[in-house]
Design a protein. Structure first.
Length: 273
């Protein structure tokens, strides 16, 4: 009969203890794209219950503004500005106003601690939430644009430009809204900043720029949604200058990248506190 030392047995206590003392292997680092998709689906499912009220409020608010402006605007460049600004206002209402409120409440309630424990990059949390909120704006923006074109007698031929305007303007405004919500020290202040941002998008985006003072025009140029409004309004002309349209969309996209980057930094800053 042979005798085997207990040290070499695979199930022995000593072998288990030695294995436990060794360095544990870490799992693979979460990639950005799968994490972003997972956060996007979770946020979309969470906000699905409030989808109809959001669409109703955002859409009918913009349609009501166009009906009121119909009494003072007949057509031409002013009508183009009103329709384009009212359409992008739907994006501003959801992506800027509501997202600022969401992140403000999430920070105040400690919800950021939950996301901080998940193996997902911070950028995936910001981009996923921003994308989910911006997705709700698509039907309302399209309905508002079609209604405005019919109301003011504008052509419907180039409404396909909304395929670029909605995501680019949505990214710029969602990044700004997320940053405001994450940087605000209190949720009430985040709500106030979000509403002020939406009011700025209303006043500076819907009203024709030709009737504004020079100082207000400069403030309008600093608003991220302005370039989406300008790009959309240019397509209503009889012969759109597509170079200017692409230029406005490029500026809107660049502002979106910057604002989402600031929102990601604000998320890291708020999550570690």
């Amino acid at each position: 009969m042979s005798v085997v030392s207990a040290d070499v047995l695979p199930g022995s206590a000593l072998a288990v203890e030695e294995a436990a003392c060794g360095p544990a292997e870490l799992g693979p680092r979460a990639r950005l794209w799968p994490s972003l998709v997972a956060v996007y689906r979770a946020q979309l499912s969470r906000a699905r219950v409030a989808r109809i009220p959001l669409l109703f409020v955002a859409t009918f608010q913009s349609i009501g503004i166009m009906i009121l402006m119909r009494g003072v605007v007949d057509g031409g460049g002013e009508a183009r500005a009103v329709v384009a600004g009212s359409s992008v206002l739907v994006v501003a209402f959801v992506a800027l106003n509501l997202l600022a409120q969401y992140f403000g409440q999430l920070r105040a309630s400690g919800g950021l601690d939950h996301y901080a424990t998940l193996p997902v990059p911070p950028a995936a949390v910001v981009l996923g939430a921003a994308g989910a909120y911006a997705s709700f704006t698509v039907p309302g923006t399209v309905v508002t644009a079609v209604f405005g074109c019919v109301l003011f007698g504008l052509p419907l031929a180039h409404l396909w430009i909304l395929v670029a305007v909605i995501p680019l303007a949505g990214a710029a405004l969602a990044g700004l809204g997320a940053a405001l919500g994450l940087l605000a020290p209190r949720p009430e202040l985040a709500t106030l900043l979000g509403q002020l941002g939406m009011s700025a998008a209303l006043l500076l985006g819907v009203l024709p720029a030709d009737r504004m003072p020079e100082v207000v025009r400069l403030a309008r140029d600093l608003l991220p949604s302005t370039y989406g409004v300008e790009a959309f309004a240019r397509t209503f002309g009889p012969d759109p200058d597509w170079a200017f349209v692409l230029g406005d969309l490029a500026v809107c996209g660049a502002v979106g990248v910057i604002s989402l980057g600031v929102a990601t930094w604000a998320y890291r800053r708020a999550a570690v506190r």
